[in-house]
Design a protein around this ligand. Structure first.
Ligand SMILES: Nc1ncnc2c1ncn2[C@@H]1O[C@H](COP(=O)(O)OP(=O)(O)OP(=O)(O)O)[C@@H](O)[C@H]1O
Length: 215
């Protein structure tokens, strides 16, 4: 599904990622760990193409990432962030619908899927409220629904529980694990939390000095 070959990334003179050879199979779940500044967000940004300059190869389903159109990548890949990144002036439903609109879906297609997923995460009754009327855990659940709306095959998560208390972090991680199975999606999840990694044993990519060790 995702295959990295001799992937290198530098910012100016600073080498951040060095000769990474890694793969994440379809439907696989993995954590990405490493000290602050070790390059975790950089790797994710290369995968969702916020960063486009690198050396080596990133293939998705055997296609070099630079040959995949942004539009297709958006359908293939959902992304969630520590800070939820919801638009404050849009309702829950409008935030979720946006993910469908940017890939050219019609409302008739968007609405049933948005309703199904909002119901799944227990937030259908909050669909008309604004993000600031929700708790952090609820906002992250909305962001998860938005990321899943186009039925992606991969979910990338950059510290998805970093802004949540430990109990809510556990609940959100549990939800992600369940959705990983139910929606049959590969997930790569950056976390600093040793506790979550212990609570949800999974393959872990450990990033150290530009390299990754799989544990
Ligand atoms: N756009 C950029 N230009 C230059 N340097 C950058 C850029 N983005 C990140 N860096 C540097 O690259 C290094 C890796 O950053 P990155 O955000 O990938 O680390 P991280 O492992 O995600 O850290 P954290 O756990 O603190 O989020 C850091 O030293 C950072 O300062």
């Amino acid at each position: 599904m995702i295959r990295l070959q001799k992937l290198c990334k530098s910012y100016g003179e600073r080498v951040i990622l060095q000769d990474l050879d890694l793969h994440l199979e379809a439907g696989e779940f993995a954590f990405l760990q490493g000290r602050s500044g070790s390059g975790k967000s950089t790797l994710l940004k290369l995968l969702y193409r916020e960063q486009t300059e690198f050396a080596g190869r990133i293939d998705i389903d055997a296609v070099p990432i630079e040959q995949i159109r942004k539009f297709e990548l958006r359908r293939m890949m959902g992304v969630i962030f520590q800070s939820f990144e919801l638009l404050p002036r849009k309702t829950v439903m409008e935030n979720v619908a946006l993910a469908g609109e940017v890939v050219g879906k019609r409302w008739g297609e968007i609405e049933p899927e948005a309703q199904r997923l909002l119901a799944r995460v227990g937030l259908l009754d909050r669909k008309d409220v604004f993000p600031d009327q929700l708790s952090g855990g609820e906002q992250q659940r909305v962001a998860i629904v938005r990321a899943l709306l186009n039925r992606p095959r991969i979910l990338l998560a950059d510290e998805p529980t970093g802004n949540l208390d430990s109990e809510t972090a556990f609940e959100v991680m549990q939800l992600l694990k369940e959705l990983h199975v139910e929606e049959n999606m590969a997930m790569l999840i950056v976390t600093h939390s040793e506790r979550l990694v212990e609570q949800f044993p999974a393959k872990t990519w450990m990033m150290e000095q530009g390299r990754v060790r799989v544990v």
